[in-house]
Design a protein around this ligand. Structure first.
Ligand code: URA
Length: 522
Protein backbone atom coordinates (compact mmCIF):
# COMPACT_ATOMS: atom_id res chain seq x y z
CA UNK A 1 0.00 0.00 0.00
CA UNK A 2 1.26 3.45 -0.91
CA UNK A 3 1.30 6.07 1.81
CA UNK A 4 1.07 9.68 0.65
CA UNK A 5 3.91 10.70 2.91
CA UNK A 6 6.30 8.29 1.29
CA UNK A 7 7.64 8.28 -2.19
CA UNK A 8 8.11 4.52 -2.30
CA UNK A 9 6.31 1.38 -1.30
CA UNK A 10 6.74 -0.96 0.44
CA UNK A 11 8.25 1.04 3.25
CA UNK A 12 11.58 -0.62 3.61
CA UNK A 13 13.55 0.63 6.54
CA UNK A 14 17.20 -0.24 6.37
CA UNK A 15 18.78 0.00 9.75
CA UNK A 16 22.48 0.57 9.56
CA UNK A 17 23.48 -1.93 12.21
CA UNK A 18 22.14 -4.73 14.36
CA UNK A 19 22.21 -2.88 17.64
CA UNK A 20 21.20 0.56 16.38
CA UNK A 21 18.27 0.96 18.71
CA UNK A 22 18.30 4.75 18.57
CA UNK A 23 18.00 4.56 14.77
CA UNK A 24 15.10 2.13 14.97
CA UNK A 25 13.38 4.24 17.59
CA UNK A 26 13.69 7.38 15.53
CA UNK A 27 12.26 5.79 12.36
CA UNK A 28 9.59 3.83 14.22
CA UNK A 29 8.39 6.95 15.92
CA UNK A 30 8.11 8.81 12.66
CA UNK A 31 6.39 5.95 10.90
CA UNK A 32 3.84 5.58 13.68
CA UNK A 33 3.12 9.29 13.71
CA UNK A 34 2.70 9.22 9.96
CA UNK A 35 0.15 6.42 10.34
CA UNK A 36 2.15 3.69 8.59
CA UNK A 37 0.69 0.36 9.64
CA UNK A 38 3.05 -2.43 10.80
CA UNK A 39 2.18 -4.65 7.85
CA UNK A 40 3.30 -1.90 5.46
CA UNK A 41 6.86 -1.84 6.78
CA UNK A 42 9.74 -4.16 5.94
CA UNK A 43 12.74 -3.93 8.26
CA UNK A 44 16.23 -4.75 7.05
CA UNK A 45 19.77 -4.51 8.22
CA UNK A 46 21.89 -2.60 5.75
CA UNK A 47 25.62 -2.46 5.16
CA UNK A 48 28.20 -5.17 4.78
CA UNK A 49 29.22 -7.74 7.32
CA UNK A 50 25.77 -8.16 8.79
CA UNK A 51 25.37 -4.62 9.92
CA UNK A 52 28.48 -4.11 11.97
CA UNK A 53 31.02 -2.61 9.59
CA UNK A 54 32.99 0.09 11.43
CA UNK A 55 32.41 2.58 8.64
CA UNK A 56 28.70 2.11 9.02
CA UNK A 57 29.07 2.40 12.72
CA UNK A 58 30.80 5.72 12.18
CA UNK A 59 28.00 6.84 9.92
CA UNK A 60 25.44 5.74 12.45
CA UNK A 61 26.93 7.26 15.52
CA UNK A 62 24.23 8.83 17.58
CA UNK A 63 21.75 6.42 16.11
CA UNK A 64 21.37 7.86 12.63
CA UNK A 65 20.10 5.47 10.03
CA UNK A 66 19.23 5.15 6.41
CA UNK A 67 15.73 4.49 5.28
CA UNK A 68 14.74 3.72 1.75
CA UNK A 69 11.45 5.42 2.37
CA UNK A 70 11.22 8.13 4.95
CA UNK A 71 8.28 9.96 6.39
CA UNK A 72 8.79 13.66 5.99
CA UNK A 73 5.97 15.29 7.88
CA UNK A 74 5.39 14.29 11.47
CA UNK A 75 1.67 14.71 12.02
CA UNK A 76 1.34 14.35 15.75
CA UNK A 77 3.24 13.30 18.79
CA UNK A 78 3.61 9.80 20.12
CA UNK A 79 4.01 8.90 23.76
CA UNK A 80 5.04 5.48 24.99
CA UNK A 81 6.12 4.45 28.44
CA UNK A 82 9.72 4.68 29.46
CA UNK A 83 9.38 1.11 30.66
CA UNK A 84 8.67 -0.06 27.12
CA UNK A 85 11.56 1.90 25.66
CA UNK A 86 14.02 0.57 28.20
CA UNK A 87 12.91 -3.02 27.81
CA UNK A 88 12.70 -2.69 24.03
CA UNK A 89 16.37 -1.72 24.04
CA UNK A 90 17.15 -5.08 25.62
CA UNK A 91 14.90 -6.96 23.19
CA UNK A 92 16.66 -5.17 20.37
CA UNK A 93 19.83 -7.11 21.21
CA UNK A 94 18.08 -10.41 20.36
CA UNK A 95 19.43 -12.19 17.30
CA UNK A 96 15.99 -12.85 15.82
CA UNK A 97 15.49 -10.48 12.83
CA UNK A 98 11.75 -10.48 13.61
CA UNK A 99 12.44 -8.23 16.56
CA UNK A 100 12.26 -4.97 14.57
CA UNK A 101 8.77 -5.78 13.31
CA UNK A 102 7.64 -7.09 16.69
CA UNK A 103 8.68 -3.89 18.44
CA UNK A 104 7.04 -1.75 15.81
CA UNK A 105 3.80 -3.75 16.08
CA UNK A 106 3.82 -3.19 19.83
CA UNK A 107 4.60 0.48 19.48
CA UNK A 108 1.70 0.77 17.05
CA UNK A 109 -0.67 -1.06 19.34
CA UNK A 110 0.35 1.08 22.29
CA UNK A 111 -1.16 4.13 20.64
CA UNK A 112 -4.57 2.75 21.55
CA UNK A 113 -3.49 0.36 24.32
CA UNK A 114 -0.90 2.16 26.46
CA UNK A 115 -0.88 -0.61 29.08
CA UNK A 116 -0.17 -3.32 26.49
CA UNK A 117 2.85 -4.63 28.44
CA UNK A 118 0.55 -5.60 31.28
CA UNK A 119 -1.52 -7.90 29.06
CA UNK A 120 0.36 -11.10 29.73
CA UNK A 121 -1.86 -13.13 27.40
CA UNK A 122 -1.03 -11.00 24.34
CA UNK A 123 1.14 -13.12 21.97
CA UNK A 124 3.42 -10.18 21.14
CA UNK A 125 3.89 -9.36 24.81
CA UNK A 126 4.78 -13.00 25.44
CA UNK A 127 7.30 -12.98 22.58
CA UNK A 128 8.72 -9.68 23.85
CA UNK A 129 9.14 -11.09 27.36
CA UNK A 130 10.76 -14.28 26.10
CA UNK A 131 13.24 -12.33 23.99
CA UNK A 132 14.04 -9.97 26.85
CA UNK A 133 14.70 -12.93 29.09
CA UNK A 134 16.91 -14.66 26.55
CA UNK A 135 19.02 -11.54 26.12
CA UNK A 136 19.36 -11.04 29.88
CA UNK A 137 20.38 -14.64 30.28
CA UNK A 138 22.99 -14.33 27.56
CA UNK A 139 24.34 -11.20 29.26
CA UNK A 140 24.59 -13.12 32.52
CA UNK A 141 26.34 -16.07 30.85
CA UNK A 142 28.88 -13.79 29.24
CA UNK A 143 29.67 -12.21 32.60
CA UNK A 144 30.05 -15.62 34.19
CA UNK A 145 32.04 -17.38 31.49
CA UNK A 146 34.40 -14.90 29.89
CA UNK A 147 37.94 -16.01 30.80
CA UNK A 148 40.86 -13.79 29.89
CA UNK A 149 44.18 -15.22 28.83
CA UNK A 150 47.34 -13.19 29.01
CA UNK A 151 49.38 -12.38 25.94
CA UNK A 152 52.55 -10.30 25.74
CA UNK A 153 54.84 -9.25 28.58
CA UNK A 154 55.67 -6.07 30.45
CA UNK A 155 54.30 -3.01 28.68
CA UNK A 156 52.75 -5.18 25.95
CA UNK A 157 50.71 -7.26 28.34
CA UNK A 158 47.12 -7.69 27.26
CA UNK A 159 44.29 -10.03 28.22
CA UNK A 160 42.22 -11.66 25.54
CA UNK A 161 39.06 -13.73 25.83
CA UNK A 162 36.95 -15.62 23.34
CA UNK A 163 33.21 -15.84 23.81
CA UNK A 164 30.27 -16.87 21.62
CA UNK A 165 27.13 -15.03 22.66
CA UNK A 166 23.79 -16.02 21.23
CA UNK A 167 22.61 -12.44 20.88
CA UNK A 168 24.04 -9.03 20.06
CA UNK A 169 25.11 -8.25 23.60
CA UNK A 170 28.76 -7.26 23.30
CA UNK A 171 28.22 -3.50 23.35
CA UNK A 172 25.61 -3.86 26.07
CA UNK A 173 27.93 -5.89 28.27
CA UNK A 174 31.21 -4.07 27.60
CA UNK A 175 30.70 -1.40 30.32
CA UNK A 176 30.40 -4.21 32.89
CA UNK A 177 33.84 -5.55 31.90
CA UNK A 178 35.24 -2.02 31.88
CA UNK A 179 34.07 -1.56 35.47
CA UNK A 180 35.33 -4.98 36.53
CA UNK A 181 38.69 -4.89 34.76
CA UNK A 182 39.38 -1.17 34.54
CA UNK A 183 43.11 -1.51 35.17
CA UNK A 184 43.73 -4.20 32.53
CA UNK A 185 44.13 -3.86 28.80
CA UNK A 186 41.75 -6.41 27.40
CA UNK A 187 39.91 -7.61 24.31
CA UNK A 188 36.83 -9.77 24.18
CA UNK A 189 36.62 -11.46 20.80
CA UNK A 190 33.33 -12.81 19.53
CA UNK A 191 32.21 -13.96 16.08
CA UNK A 192 30.04 -10.88 15.63
CA UNK A 193 31.85 -8.02 17.29
CA UNK A 194 34.98 -7.51 19.39
CA UNK A 195 35.39 -5.11 22.29
CA UNK A 196 38.77 -3.67 23.25
CA UNK A 197 39.56 -1.72 26.38
CA UNK A 198 42.65 0.37 26.93
CA UNK A 199 41.80 3.01 29.47
CA UNK A 200 40.18 5.40 28.75
CA UNK A 201 39.08 4.05 25.35
CA UNK A 202 36.55 1.38 24.62
CA UNK A 203 36.60 0.36 20.94
CA UNK A 204 34.65 -2.10 18.88
CA UNK A 205 35.86 -3.93 15.79
CA UNK A 206 34.20 -6.52 13.54
CA UNK A 207 33.92 -10.13 14.65
CA UNK A 208 36.89 -12.44 14.95
CA UNK A 209 37.71 -16.11 14.61
CA UNK A 210 38.32 -18.39 17.55
CA UNK A 211 41.82 -18.96 16.15
CA UNK A 212 42.56 -15.28 16.92
CA UNK A 213 42.19 -15.93 20.64
CA UNK A 214 45.09 -17.41 22.60
CA UNK A 215 44.45 -20.93 23.89
CA UNK A 216 46.65 -21.12 26.94
CA UNK A 217 48.78 -18.90 29.08
CA UNK A 218 50.59 -18.77 32.38
CA UNK A 219 47.48 -17.84 34.39
CA UNK A 220 45.70 -20.96 33.16
CA UNK A 221 47.34 -23.02 35.83
CA UNK A 222 46.38 -20.47 38.49
CA UNK A 223 42.77 -20.66 37.38
CA UNK A 224 42.83 -24.40 37.69
CA UNK A 225 44.31 -24.28 41.18
CA UNK A 226 41.72 -21.71 42.16
CA UNK A 227 38.86 -23.77 40.78
CA UNK A 228 40.10 -26.97 42.40
CA UNK A 229 40.15 -25.15 45.72
CA UNK A 230 36.71 -23.66 45.50
CA UNK A 231 35.15 -26.88 44.20
CA UNK A 232 32.96 -28.23 46.98
CA UNK A 233 32.32 -31.95 46.50
CA UNK A 234 29.59 -31.98 49.14
CA UNK A 235 27.59 -29.54 47.05
CA UNK A 236 28.03 -31.29 43.75
CA UNK A 237 24.90 -31.53 41.68
CA UNK A 238 25.98 -32.65 38.26
CA UNK A 239 22.73 -31.76 36.51
CA UNK A 240 22.62 -28.31 38.05
CA UNK A 241 26.24 -27.73 37.16
CA UNK A 242 25.64 -28.62 33.52
CA UNK A 243 22.64 -26.31 33.49
CA UNK A 244 24.45 -23.39 35.04
CA UNK A 245 27.64 -23.99 33.07
CA UNK A 246 26.42 -25.51 29.78
CA UNK A 247 28.94 -27.68 27.98
CA UNK A 248 29.19 -25.32 25.03
CA UNK A 249 31.12 -22.89 27.27
CA UNK A 250 33.52 -25.49 28.58
CA UNK A 251 36.08 -25.26 25.81
CA UNK A 252 36.85 -21.65 26.81
CA UNK A 253 37.11 -22.37 30.50
CA UNK A 254 40.49 -23.35 31.87
CA UNK A 255 38.81 -25.10 34.80
CA UNK A 256 36.68 -27.29 32.53
CA UNK A 257 39.44 -29.84 32.02
CA UNK A 258 39.33 -30.53 35.77
CA UNK A 259 35.62 -31.17 35.95
CA UNK A 260 35.50 -34.89 35.00
CA UNK A 261 38.21 -35.76 37.55
CA UNK A 262 36.64 -33.65 40.32
CA UNK A 263 33.19 -35.06 39.68
CA UNK A 264 34.50 -38.64 39.68
CA UNK A 265 36.19 -38.12 43.06
CA UNK A 266 33.42 -36.06 44.65
CA UNK A 267 31.90 -38.75 46.87
CA UNK A 268 35.15 -39.71 48.52
CA UNK A 269 36.17 -36.06 48.90
CA UNK A 270 32.84 -35.20 50.55
CA UNK A 271 33.24 -38.03 53.09
CA UNK A 272 36.74 -36.81 53.87
CA UNK A 273 35.46 -33.27 54.35
CA UNK A 274 32.81 -34.41 56.82
CA UNK A 275 35.41 -36.33 58.79
CA UNK A 276 37.62 -33.26 58.96
CA UNK A 277 34.84 -30.94 60.18
CA UNK A 278 35.84 -28.93 63.26
CA UNK A 279 34.61 -30.25 66.57
CA UNK A 280 35.41 -27.31 68.84
CA UNK A 281 32.78 -24.58 69.20
CA UNK A 282 33.50 -21.40 67.25
CA UNK A 283 35.26 -19.00 69.58
CA UNK A 284 33.96 -15.79 68.03
CA UNK A 285 30.66 -15.46 69.80
CA UNK A 286 31.74 -14.76 73.37
CA UNK A 287 34.72 -12.72 72.23
CA UNK A 288 32.88 -10.41 69.91
CA UNK A 289 29.99 -9.99 72.27
CA UNK A 290 32.37 -9.05 75.08
CA UNK A 291 34.09 -6.53 72.81
CA UNK A 292 30.87 -4.83 71.81
CA UNK A 293 29.11 -5.09 75.05
CA UNK A 294 31.42 -5.69 78.02
CA UNK A 295 29.77 -6.77 81.24
CA UNK A 296 30.77 -3.44 82.80
CA UNK A 297 28.58 -1.55 80.34
CA UNK A 298 24.98 -0.85 81.22
CA UNK A 299 22.31 -2.27 78.95
CA UNK A 300 21.58 0.18 76.20
CA UNK A 301 18.89 2.67 76.81
CA UNK A 302 17.90 2.40 73.17
CA UNK A 303 15.64 5.41 73.61
CA UNK A 304 18.86 7.44 73.58
CA UNK A 305 18.74 6.90 69.87
CA UNK A 306 15.73 9.18 69.61
CA UNK A 307 18.10 12.13 69.31
CA UNK A 308 20.39 10.47 66.77
CA UNK A 309 21.17 12.70 63.82
CA UNK A 310 22.87 10.07 61.64
CA UNK A 311 22.64 6.36 61.05
CA UNK A 312 26.12 6.06 62.55
CA UNK A 313 24.81 7.49 65.84
CA UNK A 314 21.86 5.09 65.62
CA UNK A 315 24.20 2.18 64.92
CA UNK A 316 26.19 2.96 68.04
CA UNK A 317 23.04 3.21 70.14
CA UNK A 318 21.82 -0.10 68.75
CA UNK A 319 24.98 -1.93 69.81
CA UNK A 320 23.47 -2.50 73.21
CA UNK A 321 19.88 -3.03 72.15
CA UNK A 322 17.84 -5.21 74.46
CA UNK A 323 14.40 -4.51 73.13
CA UNK A 324 13.88 -8.26 72.71
CA UNK A 325 15.77 -11.31 74.00
CA UNK A 326 17.56 -12.09 70.73
CA UNK A 327 20.66 -10.15 71.78
CA UNK A 328 21.56 -12.85 74.33
CA UNK A 329 22.58 -15.54 71.83
CA UNK A 330 23.64 -13.35 68.94
CA UNK A 331 27.22 -12.19 68.63
CA UNK A 332 26.41 -8.56 67.92
CA UNK A 333 23.81 -6.18 66.53
CA UNK A 334 23.98 -6.09 62.75
CA UNK A 335 22.81 -2.64 61.87
CA UNK A 336 22.02 -1.13 58.46
CA UNK A 337 24.82 0.03 56.23
CA UNK A 338 25.05 2.65 53.50
CA UNK A 339 24.94 6.40 52.94
CA UNK A 340 22.42 8.46 54.91
CA UNK A 341 21.23 10.08 51.68
CA UNK A 342 20.59 6.83 49.80
CA UNK A 343 17.69 7.00 47.33
CA UNK A 344 16.74 3.42 48.03
CA UNK A 345 16.72 1.35 51.22
CA UNK A 346 16.66 -2.45 51.02
CA UNK A 347 15.17 -4.26 54.00
CA UNK A 348 15.95 -7.93 54.60
CA UNK A 349 14.77 -10.25 57.34
CA UNK A 350 17.54 -10.69 59.88
CA UNK A 351 21.29 -11.28 59.83
CA UNK A 352 22.48 -14.82 59.16
CA UNK A 353 25.45 -16.71 60.53
CA UNK A 354 28.10 -14.78 58.60
CA UNK A 355 26.45 -11.42 59.14
CA UNK A 356 26.38 -12.16 62.87
CA UNK A 357 30.12 -12.82 62.86
CA UNK A 358 31.17 -9.92 60.66
CA UNK A 359 28.59 -7.40 61.91
CA UNK A 360 27.60 -6.48 58.33
CA UNK A 361 24.28 -7.09 56.56
CA UNK A 362 24.05 -9.34 53.50
CA UNK A 363 27.59 -10.67 53.34
CA UNK A 364 26.75 -14.40 53.52
CA UNK A 365 25.36 -16.70 50.80
CA UNK A 366 22.12 -14.73 50.34
CA UNK A 367 24.20 -11.54 50.23
CA UNK A 368 26.30 -13.01 47.41
CA UNK A 369 23.21 -13.75 45.33
CA UNK A 370 21.89 -10.30 46.14
CA UNK A 371 25.18 -8.60 45.14
CA UNK A 372 25.40 -10.45 41.84
CA UNK A 373 21.82 -9.58 40.90
CA UNK A 374 22.23 -5.94 41.93
CA UNK A 375 25.30 -5.70 39.77
CA UNK A 376 23.47 -7.21 36.81
CA UNK A 377 20.65 -4.74 37.29
CA UNK A 378 23.22 -1.90 37.37
CA UNK A 379 22.37 -0.92 40.94
CA UNK A 380 25.43 0.21 42.85
CA UNK A 381 25.13 -1.38 46.29
CA UNK A 382 27.43 1.26 47.80
CA UNK A 383 24.87 3.94 46.96
CA UNK A 384 22.03 2.12 48.68
CA UNK A 385 21.25 1.61 52.34
CA UNK A 386 20.86 -2.04 53.32
CA UNK A 387 19.31 -3.14 56.56
CA UNK A 388 17.17 -5.81 58.17
CA UNK A 389 13.79 -5.90 59.88
CA UNK A 390 15.44 -7.62 62.85
CA UNK A 391 18.97 -6.72 63.83
CA UNK A 392 20.06 -9.82 65.75
CA UNK A 393 20.66 -13.34 64.42
CA UNK A 394 18.04 -15.81 65.64
CA UNK A 395 19.06 -19.42 65.35
CA UNK A 396 18.69 -22.96 66.65
CA UNK A 397 21.94 -24.65 67.62
CA UNK A 398 22.20 -28.01 65.84
CA UNK A 399 25.43 -29.81 66.60
CA UNK A 400 28.16 -27.39 65.68
CA UNK A 401 25.93 -25.41 63.37
CA UNK A 402 23.59 -22.50 63.96
CA UNK A 403 20.44 -22.93 61.90
CA UNK A 404 18.49 -19.83 60.94
CA UNK A 405 15.18 -19.49 62.73
CA UNK A 406 12.46 -17.07 61.62
CA UNK A 407 11.86 -14.11 63.93
CA UNK A 408 8.38 -14.01 65.48
CA UNK A 409 5.90 -11.12 65.33
CA UNK A 410 6.99 -9.79 68.76
CA UNK A 411 10.64 -9.65 67.71
CA UNK A 412 9.74 -7.97 64.44
CA UNK A 413 7.61 -5.44 66.30
CA UNK A 414 10.34 -4.74 68.88
CA UNK A 415 12.96 -4.15 66.20
CA UNK A 416 10.68 -2.04 64.05
CA UNK A 417 11.65 0.82 66.33
CA UNK A 418 15.14 0.81 64.79
CA UNK A 419 13.92 0.42 61.25
CA UNK A 420 11.56 3.37 61.65
CA UNK A 421 14.46 5.49 62.88
CA UNK A 422 16.68 4.40 60.00
CA UNK A 423 13.94 5.34 57.52
CA UNK A 424 13.25 8.63 59.24
CA UNK A 425 16.93 9.56 58.92
CA UNK A 426 17.56 8.30 55.40
CA UNK A 427 14.22 9.44 53.97
CA UNK A 428 14.54 7.20 50.90
CA UNK A 429 12.50 7.69 47.75
CA UNK A 430 11.88 3.95 47.68
CA UNK A 431 12.09 1.09 50.16
CA UNK A 432 12.45 -2.46 48.87
CA UNK A 433 10.97 -5.15 51.10
CA UNK A 434 12.97 -8.34 50.57
CA UNK A 435 10.60 -11.06 51.67
CA UNK A 436 7.68 -11.49 54.04
CA UNK A 437 9.37 -10.45 57.30
CA UNK A 438 10.49 -7.14 55.82
CA UNK A 439 7.02 -6.56 54.38
CA UNK A 440 5.45 -7.38 57.76
CA UNK A 441 7.72 -4.91 59.52
CA UNK A 442 7.15 -2.15 56.99
CA UNK A 443 3.37 -2.53 56.82
CA UNK A 444 2.83 -3.48 60.46
CA UNK A 445 0.96 -6.65 59.55
CA UNK A 446 1.63 -10.01 57.91
CA UNK A 447 1.06 -9.87 54.14
CA UNK A 448 1.39 -12.46 51.33
CA UNK A 449 4.52 -11.46 49.47
CA UNK A 450 3.54 -13.43 46.36
CA UNK A 451 0.48 -11.20 45.94
CA UNK A 452 2.39 -7.96 46.46
CA UNK A 453 5.47 -8.89 44.47
CA UNK A 454 6.44 -6.31 41.87
CA UNK A 455 4.01 -3.71 43.23
CA UNK A 456 4.70 -0.34 44.81
CA UNK A 457 2.49 0.60 47.74
CA UNK A 458 2.50 4.03 49.29
CA UNK A 459 2.19 4.03 53.05
CA UNK A 460 0.13 6.65 54.83
CA UNK A 461 3.26 8.61 55.67
CA UNK A 462 4.20 8.71 51.97
CA UNK A 463 6.85 6.00 52.15
CA UNK A 464 6.86 4.05 48.86
CA UNK A 465 7.51 0.33 49.25
CA UNK A 466 8.37 -2.13 46.48
CA UNK A 467 7.84 -5.81 47.31
CA UNK A 468 9.87 -8.78 46.20
CA UNK A 469 11.18 -12.08 47.51
CA UNK A 470 14.14 -12.58 49.80
CA UNK A 471 17.25 -13.73 47.88
CA UNK A 472 17.64 -16.71 50.21
CA UNK A 473 14.47 -18.11 48.63
CA UNK A 474 16.50 -18.67 45.46
CA UNK A 475 19.17 -20.50 47.44
CA UNK A 476 16.63 -22.82 49.00
CA UNK A 477 15.25 -24.07 45.68
CA UNK A 478 16.65 -27.48 44.75
CA UNK A 479 15.67 -27.76 41.10
CA UNK A 480 18.17 -26.01 38.83
CA UNK A 481 15.48 -24.87 36.41
CA UNK A 482 13.36 -23.40 39.19
CA UNK A 483 16.40 -21.72 40.67
CA UNK A 484 17.34 -20.16 37.38
CA UNK A 485 13.76 -19.01 36.77
CA UNK A 486 13.48 -17.46 40.23
CA UNK A 487 16.80 -15.72 39.84
CA UNK A 488 15.58 -14.27 36.56
CA UNK A 489 12.39 -13.04 38.22
CA UNK A 490 14.37 -11.51 41.03
CA UNK A 491 16.61 -9.85 38.44
CA UNK A 492 13.49 -8.51 36.71
CA UNK A 493 12.41 -7.05 40.05
CA UNK A 494 15.78 -5.38 40.54
CA UNK A 495 15.57 -3.92 37.03
CA UNK A 496 12.19 -2.51 38.01
CA UNK A 497 13.74 -1.06 41.20
CA UNK A 498 16.47 0.53 39.11
CA UNK A 499 13.88 2.12 36.84
CA UNK A 500 11.89 3.37 39.82
CA UNK A 501 15.02 4.81 41.42
CA UNK A 502 15.92 6.68 38.27
CA UNK A 503 12.38 7.93 37.82
CA UNK A 504 12.23 9.25 41.37
CA UNK A 505 15.63 10.86 41.00
CA UNK A 506 14.62 12.63 37.82
CA UNK A 507 11.28 13.76 39.23
CA UNK A 508 12.96 15.09 42.35
CA UNK A 509 16.09 16.24 40.52
CA UNK A 510 18.26 14.09 42.75
CA UNK A 511 17.10 15.71 45.95
CA UNK A 512 14.75 14.39 48.60
CA UNK A 513 11.41 15.92 47.92
CA UNK A 514 9.25 13.97 50.32
CA UNK A 515 8.13 15.63 53.47
CA UNK A 516 10.14 14.71 56.53
CA UNK A 517 8.86 11.53 58.03
CA UNK A 518 9.45 12.61 61.61
CA UNK A 519 11.13 10.25 64.02
CA UNK A 520 8.41 8.06 65.47
CA UNK A 521 7.99 8.16 69.21
CA UNK A 522 7.75 4.47 69.99
N1 URA B 1 19.36 -12.42 55.18
C1 URA B 1 18.89 -11.23 55.58
O1 URA B 1 17.68 -10.99 55.58
N2 URA B 1 19.73 -10.31 55.97
C2 URA B 1 21.04 -10.48 55.98
O2 URA B 1 21.74 -9.57 56.34
C3 URA B 1 21.53 -11.73 55.51
C4 URA B 1 20.67 -12.69 55.13
Amino acid sequence: MQNALFGLAPHTVRLAYQTGFAGWRDVARRLAIAGVRPEEVAWEIGGDAGGISPSLREECKGGRHQTVAQPTRPAATLTVSRDFIERAETVFCHSNPERFALLYRMLWQMRSEPALLKIASDPDVRRFEAMEKAVRRDIHKMRAFVRFRKIGEGGDERYVAWFEPEHFIVERNAPFFVRRFTGMRWSILTPFLCAHWESPDLRFTPGANIRDAPAEDAVEELWQIYYENIFNPARLKTQAMKKEMPKKYWRNLPEASLIPRLVAGADAAAREMIEKMPTAPAPHHAKVQAKHWPASREPAPSDNAAGARSTQALREAAEGCRRCPLWRDATQTVFGEGPDDATVVFVGEQPGDQEDITGKPFVGPAGKVFDAVLEEAAIDRRKTYITNAVKHFKFEPRGKRRIHSKPNAGEVQACRWWLDHELALTKPELVVALGATAAHSLLGRAVPITKLRGQVIEREDGLRIFFTIHPSFILRLREATEKEAERERFLDDMHAVNRLMRREKIQNRGGKSRADRGIPSN
